[in-house]
Design a protein around this ligand. Structure first.
Ligand SMILES: Nc1ncnc2c1ncn2[C@@H]1O[C@H](COP(=O)(O)OP(=O)(O)OP(=O)(O)O)[C@@H](O)[C@H]1O
Ligand SMILES: C[C@H](N)[C@H](N)CCCCCC(=O)O
Ligand SMILES: [Mg+2]
Length: 248
């Protein structure tokens, strides 16, 4: 089983967009996939009152293994804020903890994340794809960050770079932090996050290519709403990212 973790240079850079495109590409070549968004902040109430996150729903729908929502997204919080703060805010306190005290009350920890992830890993699909939340160095409690979970699970990491001004610093810091933990960067994806392509796009790509010691898996264009599905289908046919990931 291939275990991939999708991170990005920030929140809103296209991790879910790229993750669902990857899952669709994998399905097209007959791979069995499971997907997970272990922690999601920013949820709506479903019909039975269950908190549902749109990323988790997209991953659930794009994976070939049909899994119950709570297995895809075991930790769901209402507010669209940093997840460990959302986790703290979701609890009821007689007195809300002040200052840094709340960090001890998030209820999130690496061993719980690992337990839920291992349940999906045990299904032994060809690929288990896990989306992070926000950027790489995401705190989950007073002592632990998301990267410790990725390290314990020994996942390979795909970095989604939102192609906008500032991405050089964010991408290079992210890659350095992943590699410093001894984890493999399976590759990076340049994602156009706006209908206006950034100035000097190709020079920015060239700069990242020259400094990132991992393959550029794909350059994802901005898919306008109109005929989005069709444009994505056409685009997917031209990609060789699965062979770069040794999955095809
Ligand atoms: N290549 C693209 N073409 C068109 N829209 C895009 C593209 N990439 C991202 N978007 C849009 O930008 C928004 C943010 O993308 P996405 O939700 O994938 O970000 P994210 O990194 O997963 O964010 P989060 O940190 O909340 O998980 C979404 O509305 C998404 O549809
Ligand atoms: C709400 C948002 N869309 C994401 N789900 C969470 C982003 C967390 C960012 C935390 C931070 O680095 O400041
Ligand atoms: Mg997302």
């Amino acid at each position: 089983m291939r275990k991939l973790f999708i991170t990005g240079t920030d929140t809103d850079v296209g991790k879910t967009e790229v993750a669902t495109l990857l899952l669709k590409a994998m399905a097209q070549v007959g791979l069995e996939t499971a997907a997970m968004k272990p922690i999601a902040a920013g949820c709506e109430n479903g019909p039975d009152g269950q908190l549902l996150n749109s990323d988790a729903l997209k991953l659930q729908a794009a994976a070939t293994l049909q899994l119950p929502y709570e297995k895809v997204n075991p930790f769901a919080f209402a507010e669209p804020i940093a997840p460990h703060i959302a986790a703290m805010m979701s609890r009821s306190y007689s007195e809300k903890p002040s200052g840094e005290q709340f960090l001890g009350t998030t209820g999130l920890n690496v061993s719980q994340l690992l337990k839920h992830w291992q349940n999906l890993a045990a299904l032994d699909a060809d690929v288990l794809l896990t989306e992070g939340a926000g950027g790489w160095q995401l705190p989950i409690n007073a002592l632990e960050d998301m990267p410790s979970f990725v390290q314990r699970a020994n996942m390979d990491v795909v970095v989604v770079v939102g192609m906008r001004l500032g991405c050089l610093n964010h991408a290079l810091l992210t890659i350095a932090a992943i590699q410093a933990l001894g984890l493999k960067v399976a590759g990076w994806v340049a994602n156009q996050v706006s209908s206006n392509i950034m100035p000097y796009y190709s020079e920015n790509i060239a700069t990242l290519r020259s400094r990132i010691n991992a393959p550029l898996l794909a350059e994802v264009p901005y898919f306008a709403e109109a005929q989005r599905d069709e444009a994505q289908r056409e685009w997917l046919q031209k990609q060789n990212w699965l062979s770069q990931l040794a999955l095809a």
